[in-house]
Design a protein around this ligand. Structure first.
Ligand code: SAH
Length: 455
């Protein structure tokens, strides 16, 4: 077997990146775009010692869960991995992914497959999109999404996971760039102006925000562009984010207001949130409500508890919890997010929530050591890399009755749960929540309680 050989194989599993997995003459092959249950013809792209990568050439016998992708860009675009799979089958795959991580990495040998909260409508669920701008081989300005593992832009102004307004915004920006000969940013040379356009919509309020991320502080005929964008229904604010660094970090730190307000508002349940472009906000508000309701149920608050919400962002979960707790303390590393969190507490007349800027792994130990703070319940919702060991060690020392762990990466979740369970905690409940249909991402919420207390 060698590169460019054609092989026929049955796909019998899916990998963590959504690729099909099958065996051929004792070798394991990873075949992107193949679906569990397919028989495919594939071309070998790369051979390793006992496995290889192959490209899907032809589906010889489709899997019962294979579907025609809704999006014409599904194969080249790196955004979705599961467009060719039935939605219920996607949910089952995600449940198995969580289960397998908890068994293999966490060591929870008898972990059952968790329940997954799925979406009623798995399309157009994203309230936020960041579109990169670039120049194609013919010299035309393009925007869309990156191809998988590359920075090549697949032109697409209407992603079916995003809101319909995205297309209106992008077409207006592209037309403006063409009219005034404004170049897109070029990552290699560091020249050119327009890097990304960030669009966010409040699903409950209809408010729309556009942020132009520029390699500079302004753009030619800005007033005209602004006026044109203001025509889009719901437009609430237009901002410029300045990013002149030669980096693939999307946003810079400086934000300039062009028109309207520098933030939008949205509602989850009965809490209203103010969201600025630099703050993290869950991208799927419908599923977020289910996730937070589960977190609240797992926290099992009676009204007097002291609750810590680590990695709190703009205070989304904190304010949800504050309605049922005695006092809530939020910790978050991004200062703008904490400003939003404080404003959000005021906006909702919530006076029992206090917020601290800093790293969870520094703020929590400091408060514990210097002020002897106490926690009945600790909620954590870290980024993909999971919790820092110092944060986990302090949580264990503080001995809260319950820990609610919300995770966007079940592998690091499993690692952290293993530690917590070695240090006196027990996993009581696990549930998945699908926030990102057609991708391999899945959110997990876990309730742990101290072995000394009953759940
Ligand atoms: N709980 C929030 C945000 C979760 S996303 C919500 O549901 O909306 C994770 C958050 O952790 C982001 O806001 C990110 O800025 C923050 N963060 C990342 N590293 C951190 C650290 N070391 N300490 C505290 N916050 C951190």
């Amino acid at each position: 077997m060698k590169k460019d050989d054609l092989i026929t194989l049955d796909i019998t599993d899916m990998g963590t990146d959504g690729e099909g997995i099958g065996k051929y003459e004792g070798f394991t092959f990873f075949v992107k775009d193949a679906v569990d249950g397919d028989r495919v013809e594939a071309k070998i792209m790369k051979m390793k010692k006992n496995y290889g990568y192959a490209r899907l050439m032809q589906v010889l016998k489709p899997s019962p869960v294979r579907r025609e992708p809704g999006c014409p860009h599904a194969r080249p675009c790196g955004g979705c991995q599961l467009q060719a799979m039935d939605y219920q089958a996607q949910l089952d795959l995600k449940a198995r992914k969580i289960q397998s991580h908890l068994i293999r990495i966490g060591g929870f040998a008898d972990m059952p497959k968790p329940e997954i909260m799925g979406m009623e409508n798995p399309w157009r669920y994203r309230n936020k999109a960041q579109f990169p701008f670039g120049t194609d081989r013919e010299g035309r300005t393009v925007t869309g999404f990156y191809a998988a593992r590359s920075h090549q832009i697949i032109p697409c102004t209407d992603c079916l996971l995003g809101v319909e307004e995205n297309q209106m915004v992008l077409e207006k920006v592209l037309a403006h760039m063409e009219q005034y000969q404004i170049p897109a940013y070029d990552e290699r040379s560091g020249k050119g102006l327009v890097r990304h356009v960030l669009i966010r919509k409040g699903f409950a309020t209809g408010e729309l925000m556009v942020c132009l991320i520029l390699n500079g502080r302004t753009i030619k005929a800005l007033d005209r562009l602004s006026a044109s964008l203001q025509e889009i229904p719901g437009m609430t604010g237009i901002t410029i984010n300045v990013n002149t660094d030669n980096t693939n970090v999307i946003m810079g730190r400086e934000l300039l207001l062009v028109w309207g307000r520098g933030y939008i508002t949205d509602r989850i349940g009965n809490v209203t949130y103010q969201i600025s472009p630099l703050s993290f906000y869950q991208v799927n508000p419908v599923q977020t409500q289910k996730l937070y309701e589960t977190a609240l149920e797992y926290a099992d608050l009676k009204g007097t508890e002291s609750v810590w919400d680590l990695y709190c962002g703009i205070g989304t979960i904190s304010l949800f919890l504050a309605q049922k707790a005695g006092q809530v303390y939020g910790v978050e590393i991004v200062p703008e997010a904490i400003e939003d969190a404080r404003a959000n507490a005021r906006l909702n007349g919530i006076s029992n929530a206090e917020f601290f800027v800093g790293k969870a792994e520094e703020v929590l130990p400091k408060k514990y050591k210097e002020e002897g703070i106490h926690a009945d319940v600790i909620v954590v919702d870290p980024p993909r890399k999971g919790c820092d060991p110092a944060a986990l060690a302090t949580i264990v020392r503080m001995q809260p009755k319950r820990i609610v762990y919300i995770s966007c990466d079940s592998a690091t979740l499993a690692r952290d749960l293993k530690y917590l369970c070695q240090e006196g905690y027990e996993v009581r409940k696990v549930k998945g929540c699908d926030m990102f249909a057609f991708t391999m991402h899945v959110e997990t919420v876990v309730m742990l309680s101290h072995k000394k207390t009953t759940a």
